[in-house]
Ligand binder design. Sequence first.
Ligand code: PGA
Length: 256
Amino acid sequence: MEIIIQPTPEAATSIAAKLIAKLLREKPNAVLGLATGSTPVALYRELVALKLDWSKVTTFNLDEYIGISPQHPQSYHSFMWENLFQHVNVAVKNVNIPDGMAKDVPASCELYEKKIKAAGGIDLQILGIGTDGHIGFNEPTSSLVSRTRIKTLTQQTIRDNARFFGSEEAVPHHVITMGIGTIMEARQNLLLAFGDKKAAAIAEAAEGPVTAMNPASALQFHATAKFFLDAGAASKLKKADYYRWVYENKPVWQQF
Ligand code: PGA
């Protein structure tokens, strides 16, 4: 696991954007795994500003709420079109987001997994992290080998996401999410976390034991996982000085 600590979210985001841009330039038909929430908004803004060619890119989103239509302002469909897709030349047929209105949720999840495989697997997955350590919507105690499926949100996540819906009552309880097993198969995993409120989850994920109680800790078993943090999210890491030193002293060939 590589931990990149920057003074601000903007600085961390800009390095992550560079890595993604590098992939899209080297592999124009890359398969990207995308995340929603407040964390990646600035990342998408940077990617748009870089004016990359998305015409051959395929995307798979991590998750979606069950029971709200794609047109709902808080659906992750709406989020993605608003924050990224409408600003780039991505082909609509190459955009994949779990179907929160599927009549047969298990069948739609199975199909999602098949589509990821048929696309050749995910080259680079962008991740946020919940204050409870979730990645995608894999809440604590999710199987570390889980696949795309239905999950029930924790009270903590419902509280955290109430800010988008106006009230806790309006937050759907059920979601479809890629599994931890699905995420672990991405060739690269880039997790972004900003602010003090993420510090405990990040410290557990990076320096605690690998445990289903903190799903992001599974990334310790991913060969190239990278965490992009600001000072707040890094504030509970025991080895923060070491991570900073490593990043500042990377050999030239290893620099981003
Ligand atoms: P946030 O959510 O980016 O809105 O903090 C992250 C997550 O729940 O994965």
